[in-house]
Design a binder for this molecule. Structure first.
Ligand code: ACO
Length: 401
């Protein structure tokens, strides 16, 4: 039976899979993930090799266009992105309307959606050239918005980048440059951030990526779809976990470092507390990104000479939980976000910005998935449901309710 007609052919049979735990929503040639074996590959290349040998812009090209770029393709791509790296000055007025206490993810989602209004030709993409232009625009403008969200929160004047720099260097400068001070680029910071962004760049049909595809399937434009993806990423069960991890580790530190107490809380079924940064819907053995990032976190802290007691708590907590039957029997391992926050902190990025950094990393994946969905002419996403409400009943007049 053709699954498209299952309901009509069988007189109503449908699949019910809350959370889509075992439902594929599409075919995709972008990212391969084997949760049992802990394998992650972008377009066939292992994440370990990409993290070691590639850079973020190259990985973005690979995800979006399917192949690693030649030198000239890479230069042209970067040039086309740089051309678009200004944001309409009126966007600053929207940013002005937010209080400084606004969460950067809320700001980012709103500003990304607002980009649609300032770039109306990016909405109705009908050719691959239109798509290419929209893709370059969002890759150029998004780092500006992330940096602005940060600078707003810090009360710093908004800055534009320096087009003579690489993609990641430029972003770092936009974030951290202070007025009247020459910014000195630290290669350790560039390298660590490059690696983190690569590790986050795509992860097949996760919550935010599925959101981007679902929203895009109605032919809403790329920027609107990405804005919806940002909102989905914000939640603590998804991208917001990196913020939640550091907040949890800080709370343990303030509580005298007693991580056993928190492990016990996480195991207590009457307590809603979960160990943040533990467990994953797909990885049931280990998260290959966590292995890479754990090593990177140790390196960055050593290289920058940062002595962070929170890392000691993270180490102790992970070791203890990994040998605990509760976590072992449920295949709960540290995920990528267990360690990413430690690096962000060492780089001087404030905690509320962590998920925005994740969004910057995930941007190429969202774009690649949106583009694939559009090029494959996928139908509009429209799941069905099993209705469990009241049967037909007569309307009750207000006086008789
Ligand atoms: N701490 C304690 N127990 C947990 C945890 C945790 N972090 N994660 C799962 N469990 C338990 C559940 O209580 C459940 O136990 P039960 O079988 O006794 O009822 C069992 O493990 C299975 O958990 P589910 O919630 O069914 O697993 P699901 O695949 O739906 O959820 C998720 C995955 C959301 C990642 C979950 O593990 C979680 O909440 N983790 C903490 C948040 C987190 O780190 N999120 C980041 C994910 S990675 C990312 O988005 C980049």
């Amino acid at each position: 039976i053709d699954i498209n007609n299952l309901r009509s052919v069988t007189g109503g049979i449908t699949t019910l899979d809350p959370g889509f735990k075992n439902t594929s929503s599409c075919e995709s040639a972008i990212t391969f993930l084997d949760g049992e074996k802990g394998i992650l590959r972008y377009r066939g290349y292992s994440i370990e090799e990409l993290a070691e040998k590639s850079d973020f812009l190259e990985v973005a090209y690979l995800l979006i266009f399917g192949e690693l770029p030649t030198t000239s393709q890479k230069l042209q791509f970067h040039k086309d992105i740089k051309k678009t790296a200004l944001v309409d000055e009126d966007v600053k007025k929207i940013l002005d309307g937010f209080p400084r206490s606004a969460h950067p993810m809320g700001v980012l989602s709103a500003l990304t959606s607002a980009l649609t209004a300032f770039n109306p030709t990016s909405v109705n993409v009908s050719s691959e050239q239109d798509m290419y232009r929209a893709v370059c625009k969002i890759l150029g403008k998004f780092p500006v918005l992330v940096a602005w969200a940060y600078r707003k929160e810090e009360g710093l004047p908004l800055a534009y980048g320096d087009n003579s720099l690489g993609y990641v260097e430029n972003f770092i400068k936009m974030m951290f440059e202070l007025p009247n001070e020459e910014y000195k680029m630290n290669p350790i910071v560039v390298n660590a951030l490059d690696k983190l962004l690569i590790l986050h760049a795509d992860h097949e049909q996760n919550c935010s990526t599925s959101t981007v595809r679902v929203v895009g399937s109605s032919h809403a434009g790329l920027f609107a779809s990405i804005s919806a993806g940002i909102s989905a990423l914000w939640g603590p069960l998804h991208g917001g976990a990196n913020q939640a991890v550091i907040e949890m580790l800080e709370a343990i530190k303030a509580d005298g470092g007693d991580y056993q107490k928190y492990i016990a809380k996480a195991k207590d079924k009457d307590d809603p507390f979960r160990l943040m940064g533990f467990g994953h819907r797909v990885y049931k053995n280990f998260d290959p990104r966590a292995n890479i990032i754990k090593v990177a976190a140790e390196e960055v802290l050593n290289d920058l000479g940062v002595d962070d007691p929170v890392l000691d708590i993270a180490r102790g907590l992970a070791q203890e939980a990994l040998s605990d039957d509760y976590f072992k029997s449920r295949n709960l391992y540290p995920n990528v976000d267990f360690y990413s926050g430690i690096i962000y902190r060492a780089l001087g990025i404030p905690v509320p910005m962590f998920t925005a950094m994740f969004a910057l990393g995930r941007l190429p994946g969202w774009i690649a998935q949106w583009k694939e969905m559009r090029l494959r002419k996928e139908p509009i996403s429209r799941p069905r449901q099993l209705y469990t409400g009241a049967p037909l009943r007569a309307f009750v007049e207000e006086s008789k309710r």
